[in-house]
Design a binder for this molecule. Structure first.
Ligand code: AMP
Ligand code: ZN
Length: 465
């Protein structure tokens, strides 16, 4: 059976035919490095790591190139740098933030069993390519300079009589409707209300580079142009797969296609556009204000990375995923069992029953069912090889068991702190939070008992389950 992938642009599953089977090329939008990555950010990392591994299995390790960028120019980075390092010059503070966050990101995704991509380009190292693309777009009449900005005109793109794709095709929107529905308070320097920024002036103290297109003042790139430039530099003008989360389809990917296709006069940027669905936590949108924002780092304090990885892959990548403690616990039990059976046996060949569902647009739930099948058939060698192909069994059985004992080594002062937090939550009638804390402790094997002390005041004691 051949690999079939769902393409967001054509909205169908199609046979995957690489442009060059000796050089299969994939680009995935990476993190903006200003804070710890959350568990939603881990989804594209894990999903496209599975695809990377599958492509390497099919075409050979030397014949797959995976590029995932690091966005290190962004307002959020500047804000964080000013807040965290008020004493430092902004540029130095920004370097501290991006370097430290980049290191944290690597440590986190390594722990999730994700292979490092072939190349991890940084936006700040590709300003030259961004300027080149911008120059081409201005020369071609697709972009214009206004008040030290360079703006891209989707209307100019759709008016061009050529092989270009239609602006809006990827996200299935009509430009006319976008124009009609756009906000009225658009920046005065924009000719059209859907025009987007390729380049803008830097504020004093912000990072800045010599501007393209004859602009005298220094400036900095917009976000979308960064990915067009890095993909071009490392994968060429036209490559096989472009991926990211579903939230990136519009405007980010729509604008990437527009920039790259107009600059290089071509009808396609990538042949397959793949997008993972969103992750929510305990049936709610994850957000800082709701207090259910979970970083990868937090989860790694309680769970081995492979448990998070398995838990992510239980849901098909295009479906929304509901991240729950219950599901994590089940994933933990499953891996304990698989480690017991397969960690220390010499691996055989990955089973066809495991690979076939992967070939069908990465049907990982079906793949996991096949792994359970191997387990039930006592095919330890097949299970071991299949798990390794999918990025599991990075530890020996003894390491896995040892780590579990460590994880359940409870820290009494931490428990007391959580009990106090829970009491405070109950006092303000935030029962959701108090239940959450109780569940968190339960997951560590700590059972709480609510009672009253000699004076009749409520007290909470604990014991190990
Ligand atoms: P960002 O750093 O916000 O640009 O996000 C990096 C990657 O994580 C992008 O591919 C996003 O689409 C993806 N992402 C962000 N939040 C979520 C989420 N809640 N669920 C799934 N993917 C997400
Ligand atoms: Zn991107």
């Amino acid at each position: 059976m051949d690999l079939r992938l769902h393409d967001t642009l054509t909205r169908e599953k199609r046979a995957f035919v690489p442009l060059d089977p000796k050089n299969v090329r994939m680009y995935v939008c990476g993190p903006t490095v200003y804070d710890f990555a959350h568990i939603g950010n881990a989804r594209p990392v894990i999903v496209f790591d599975v695809l990377f591994r599958l492509l390497r299995h099919l075409y050979g390790e030397a014949h797959v190139k995976y590029v995932r960028n690091i966005t290190d120019v962004d307002d959020k980075i500047n804000d964080r740098a000013a807040r965290d390092f008020p004493g430092l010059p902004l540029n130095e503070a920004i370097r501290k933030v991006t370097e430290e966050t980049g290191r944290q990101f690597h440590a986190d995704v390594d722990a999730l069993g994700a292979l490092r991509p072939s190349v991890e380009p940084r936006a700040t190292e590709h300003i030259g390519e961004m300027s080149e693309i911008i120059e081409k777009l201005v020369a071609g009449g697709f972009a214009y300079v206004a008040e030290d900005h360079v703006l891209f005109s989707p209307q100019a793109m759709n008016a061009a009589n050529s092989e270009l794709p239609r602006y809006g095709a990827l996200s299935n929107r009509s430009l006319d409707e976008m124009v009609a529905g756009a906000r009225v308070d658009v920046a005065p320097y924009k000719r059209g209300n859907t025009d987007f920024v390729l380049w803008k002036p830097s504020k004093p103290g912000e990072p800045s580079w010599p501007s393209p297109a004859g602009i005298g003042a220094p400036g900095r790139p917009g976000w979308h142009i960064e990915c067009s430039a890095m993909a071009w530099k490392h994968l060429g003008t036209h490559f096989d797969i472009h991926g990211g989360g579903i939230d990136l389809v519009f405007p980010h990917h729509e604008n990437e296609v527009a920039q790259s296709c107009c600059a290089f006069h071509q009808s396609r940027m990538a042949n397959y556009w793949m997008h993972n669905g969103f992750l929510q936590v305990e049936s709610e949108k994850m957000s800082k204000s709701l207090g259910n924002f979970i970083t990868i780092r937090d989860l790694l304090a309680d769970w081995p990375g492979e448990v998070l990885r398995l838990n992510m892959l239980k849901t098909h990548y295009r479906s929304p995923i509901d991240w729950t403690l219950k599901s994590l616990e089940e994933s933990g039990k499953t891996l304990d069992d698989w480690y017991r059976v397969a960690a220390d046996v010499p691996p055989g060949e990955p089973a066809a029953s495991v690979i076939e569902p992967l070939l069908d647009d990465l049907n990982t739930p079906q793949t996991i069912a096949a792994l359970h099948g191997l387990r039930n058939a006592s095919d330890a060698a097949g299970l071991a090889a299949s798990l390794r192909l999918l990025g599991f069994l990075s530890e020996t059985g003894a390491q896995w068991e040892g780590r579990k004992r460590q994880a359940s080594g409870v820290d009494a002062s931490e428990i007391d702190r959580l009990i106090a937090e829970r009491a405070a939550a109950r006092a303000r009638k935030d029962f959701k939070e108090s239940d959450r804390i109780r569940d968190e402790l339960a997951a560590k094997g700590v059972v709480l008992k609510d009672g009253k002390d000699a004076d009749g005041k409520p007290v909470t004691t604990w014991e190990l389950a």
